[in-house]
Write a protein that binds this ligand. Structure first.
Ligand SMILES: Cc1cc2nc3c(=O)[nH]c(=O)nc-3n(C[C@H](O)[C@H](O)[C@H](O)COP(=O)(O)OP(=O)(O)OC[C@H]3O[C@@H](n4cnc5c(N)ncnc54)[C@H](O)[C@@H]3O)c2cc1C
Length: 470
């Protein structure tokens, strides 16, 4: 719509200044500079679960996300739009492993852990001969229903428990901190496309067009050279430059229809004082469970549906160790630990092998993930978590590491868990909300995708919806 036709009085309040809220504000103000846009963020900083800080002599080491998918273009486009285009780098070391009594390289041709070539599975020592034979049955088994909408239920029937436990669950789990038996197939588009296309997953994969040489050579992940925090800082600066207002330490407590004009009152506390903003549109970009209270009085049904969301907690431990203390087997970008083998660690990233810009000191940097859905660990003390990490690494790599620096970040309730039939749940929720408060939108990791590109996409789409409705 033409800029002039958007009234300067039109006020959009965005709750939560994680990547979703920031990208929504950026998109709104880029398309309609005359809008009034206010972001309310309960924490003293923006970024939500994205944070980068100095560690072990390096100026920028991520505490949470360390990359975004490039083939889903929204995060890469945002990075370009906020001036980071020439500062994006990609991992230097590609291959990853799975630990099962030793490190085993992931077989070639996996799609989120799902085998697409029996030949590469056949040569992998990660899976037993019996497990391989069971996986090959996918080609002859009758069609499996996707009605349960559980990744585990579907994939176990197609490939058997071993391939599911050693490949599919660890790969999907490493992205979502999930237990795939209780996780929606529909919410993982690559897998649901394979499952819904035809009877056999392997035959469907064989029939898929092979990527061109150009596509195959294109990096899959990208990240700013100074860490993911740079995307947050650059987007925040762009929002402020475009005239947006970001209120930190502003904890929203409720959203309700205002007395007149179809507007909304957003109540919050800032520095101990109660305040209210009146908005024409509200975009809720805070996690579902934490947003349930906003609607406790104004839309109790919406509140109940939001409160049903579950979130898994994880702990990220960064370690710096002398490079020579890592064994020769510790190659590639890192390894995953499948559930049957898990004690505390779920994944280890050899960060200074994965990223050239972190490979500049005498130390090797490891980023270790602990905990997942069904394995909360954040209640343990720092000393306990440190001993869990060192004991697990000793078991995996057969070395006693002596870290020269160690950083523990607790990400409590940070990974939304998409339970089976999540899509229907969100549609129902949005319908209920639209009936009560049609100009209030929901966006972010809790709803339609957890990855940074998906969060940016949701922010952008909410902005587009608002602009097209003005
Ligand atoms: C450890 C970890 C590693 C990850 N790794 C990757 C990765 O490598 N690649 C990738 O693509 N994705 C990764 N992710 C996922 C991705 O980082 C997140 O899904 C995404 O950043 C979520 O963004 P968001 O804005 O939707 O939510 P959040 O970042 O959770 O932001 C929501 C904001 O709302 C605020 N808020 C909450 N309640 C209120 C209130 N009452 N009032 C005001 N504000 C409120 C919060 O303080 C927060 O700032 C990772 C996530 C974690 C936790």
């Amino acid at each position: 719509m033409p800029e002039e036709s958007v009234s300067a009085e039109h006020h959009v309040v965005i709750i939560g200044a994680g990547i979703t809220g920031l990208s929504c504000a950026h998109s709104l103000l880029t398309a309609a500079p005359h809008l009034r846009v206010t972001l309310l963020e309960s924490q003293p900083t923006t970024g939500g679960v994205i944070r980068t800080s100095p560690f072990a002599g390096l100026s920028h080491v991520d505490e949470g996300a360390d990359a975004f998918l490039l083939r889903v273009p929204f995060a890469a486009q945002l990075a370009k739009d906020v001036g980071l285009g020439s500062h994006i780098t990609s991992p230097s070391s590609g291959h990853a492993s799975v630990w099962r009594n030793g490190l085993h390289r992931l077989p070639a041709g996996l799609l989120l852990g799902v085998p697409t070539q029996l030949s590469s599975l056949a040569t992998s020592r990660l899976i037993s001969p019996r497990g391989k034979l069971r996986a090959a049955l996918d080609v002859v088994l009758p069609r499996t229903s996707t009605a349960s909408d559980s990744i585990g239920t579907y994939m176990r029937r197609r490939f058997g428990n071993e391939v599911h436990n050693m490949l599919i669950d660890p790969l999907v789990g490493s992205i979502y901190a999930a237990d795939t038996d209780h996780f929606s197939l529909e919410m993982v588009p690559q897998l649901s496309a394979l499952a819904s296309s035809s009877r056999s997953v392997l035959l469907t994969a064989r029939g898929m067009p092979k990527p061109t040489a150009e596509v195959a050579a294109t990096p899959i992940f990208g990240a700013p050279l100074t860490g993911m925090g740079a995307l947050i800082t650059a987007t925040q600066e762009a929002v402020e430059k475009l005239g947006g207002t970001i209120c930190l330490n502003a904890h929203v407590s409720s959203v309700e229809p205002a007395s007149s004009d179809g507007k909304y009152s957003v109540h919050f506390t800032a520095n101990g004082a109660s305040e209210t903003l009146t908005a024409n549109h509200v975009v809720v970009c805070s996690p579902a469970k934490h947003s349930a209270g906003f609607f406790a009085e104004s839309a109790p049904k919406v509140s109940q549906l939001l409160a049903q969301s579950s979130h898994a907690s994880v702990v990220m431990v960064a370690l710096a160790v002398p490079k020579e203390s890592l064994p020769p087997t510790a190659t590639g970008s890192g390894y995953l630990v499948p559930k049957p083998e898990q004690r505390f660690i779920t994944a280890v990233s050899f960060a200074s092998q994965k990223w050239a810009h972190l490979n500049t000191t005498e130390s090797a940097i490891l980023r270790v993930s602990l905990g997942r859905d069904g394995m909360p660990l954040h209640e343990h003390s720092d000393e306990e978590l440190t001993s869990f990490v060192l004991a697990d690494i000793k078991r995996h790599l057969l070395v006693d590491l002596e870290p020269t620096a160690l950083r523990i970040t607790r990400w409590k309730e940070s990974f939304p868990q998409y339970r089976p039939h999540h899509v229907a749940h969100v549609e129902h929720l949005e319908k209920q909300l639209a009936e009560k408060m049609p100009q209030v939108l929901l966006a972010g990791a809790s709803f339609r995708g957890i990855g940074v590109p998906s969060c940016v996409q949701q922010g952008v789409m909410s902005a587009q919806k608002i602009i097209s409705s003005i």
